[in-house]
Ligand binder design. Structure first.
Ligand code: F6P
Ligand code: MN
Length: 453
């Protein structure tokens, strides 16, 4: 495993809060402490609930969790060294502690691996792991999801948009038999873009503020088109088409699509709707969803969120929404859809480390015909969260990561972007200085290992 920021020929340094005034700096200085304060507040507000469930033990656990979190907030704000994990509870602990040791080797000594001096990707991931450590160390509240309230709220606030989307899906699926290939392509493009823009709705960029979808997701698509900086959706389409094979019986079978999920709430619904369409249209045979094994980056999907969302959709008091939920549940039951998690998704590693550090996960992804990576954090990990020139190719920034044809569906919320045309970034900078962090722009960026010479 390479530690981040290791000097390597031609590979730029990691983004870091050590660059005063940078987006990384502002995130570590302001946004992360705000998130931590909200977590502390949430736990405190739920004190009575813990008491009702567990009595005095619940209250003691609440106090101890808060004290560990306040301690961490203080370490962060005073730029203290990153500490080894102590919970001994996750399968991931050795990976985290080895990563820290390597960072110490790269950055010089123990002192220098601190919150502001280390790679941003590393310390930001580490904060979420330390939140989990504080919770895990405190039974009986150790299975409490500190971000659950925000995730469920964002789902309920997007109800109108979810209903619109499920109604649209019903219209598409109902006429599938008579759909021509060009109509199919049109539906595919729409639902891929809905899933793309669904990524605007994460809760971590807004430090937990309301960020739900209020307008019709289908109607907004045309006006959003100019904000897509790279659009490789035609390559995603052709990958799906070329994965279709004629079976012996003359029946066509299609490929497997893996979706590396990002946020719960509206974004997850857009991903489920896309997955439903891919199966119903025969563009995919099987969908594997990948989520997080513990609460992560405020709004990311865990197994619990995944099941909860499908149950809520089933139980909705809206004909097409509940029909969709029932369909999704049966896809899961039949194994057409499956949900997976792996500790690697909640490690700080760049994805180019996956083949060496999580070979089982890499091999799993190799079984897919297409892997869709949702969201900003996945993009940061795909590209290593490094100071790449904007015109560097996506393939270069992936640094050998390519288990299968892959596509990033991401709205820009961090100052990294590769694969742009010469001059494109300069123009954006002059029109809209916040273009990389506002979530207003997006990319559909594709790479296939099969097209390598
Ligand atoms: O949910 P997403 O799209 O991965 O976004 C996570 C957000 O958190 C950040 O890491 C910022 O703290 C950004 O990269 C991004 O804005
Ligand atoms: Mn997220």
């Amino acid at each position: 495993m390479m530690a981040a920021d290791q000097p390597m020929h031609g590979v730029p340094p990691s983004l870091s809060a050590k660059v005063v005034g940078s987006f990384a700096y502002l995130t570590v200085k302001d946004r992360l402490p705000t998130i931590l304060t909200k977590v502390i507040d949430t736990i405190h507000r739920n004190k009575n609930k813990f008491f009702e469930e567990y009595g005095e033990e619940g209250i003691t656990a609440e106090k101890q969790t808060i004290s560990l979190l306040s301690k961490m907030r203080n370490e962060l704000q005073t730029d203290k060294p990153v500490l080894a994990l102590t919970d001994g509870l996750g399968k991931d602990i050795d990976y985290w502690n080895q990563y820290l040791q390597r960072q110490q080797g790269v950055q010089g000594d123990q002192e220098s691996v601190s919150w502001f001096k280390s790679p941003w990707l590393y310390v930001e991931c580490y904060m979420y792991r330390r939140i989990q450590e504080a919770v895990w160390l405190n039974p009986p509240i150790n299975d409490y999801d500190v971000f659950n309230e925000g995730k469920t709220q964002s789902f309920f606030e997007s109800q109108q948009a979810v209903m619109t989307l499920c109604t649209y899906l019903e219209g598409v699926n109902k006429n599938m038999e008579e759909t021509s290939k060009s109509q199919l392509l049109e539906h595919f493009n729409k639902l891929l873009k809905v899933s793309l823009w669904g990524n605007k709705c994460d809760l971590s960029i807004s430090a937990g503020q309301d960020n739900s979808q209020k307008t019709s997701p289908i109607d907004s698509l045309n006006s959003l088109e100019p904000f897509i900086l790279v659009d490789d959706s035609n390559m995603v389409w052709s990958t799906l088409i070329s994965a279709q094979r004629q079976g012996q019986s003359g029946k066509t079978t299609s490929g497997r699509v893996d979706i590396v999920l990002d946020n719960a709430g509206f974004e997850l619904v857009t991903d489920l709707v896309l997955a439903d369409f891919l199966v119903a249209s025969g563009l995919a045979r099987e969908i594997h969803f990948h989520g997080k094994s513990f609460p992560w980056f405020v709004s990311d999907v865990t197994a619990n969120d995944f099941q909860w969302t499908i149950k809520q959709t089933m139980a909705a008091n809206h004909k097409w929404m509940s029909k969709s939920g029932v369909q999704w549940q049966s896809y899961l039951k039949e194994g057409v859809w499956s949900y997976h998690d792996h500790p690697f998704w909640t490690l700080p590693h760049e994805f180019c480390d996956m083949a060496a550090d999580a070979p089982d996960l890499y091999a799993t992804l190799q079984g897919a015909d297409l892997v869709l990576f949702k969201g900003d954090l996945n993009y940061r990990k795909l590209t290593g969260d490094r100071e790449w020139d904007h015109t560097v190719g996506f393939d270069t920034a992936l640094r050998g990561f390519g288990p299968a044809p892959l596509c990033s569906l991401r709205t820009l919320k961090a100052n990294i972007q590769v694969g742009l045309q010469p001059g494109q970034a300069m123009k954006l900078c002059s029109q809209d200085p916040d273009w990389m962090t506002s979530g207003k722009y997006a990319v559909v960026q594709f790479y296939s290992p099969n097209s390598e010479q």
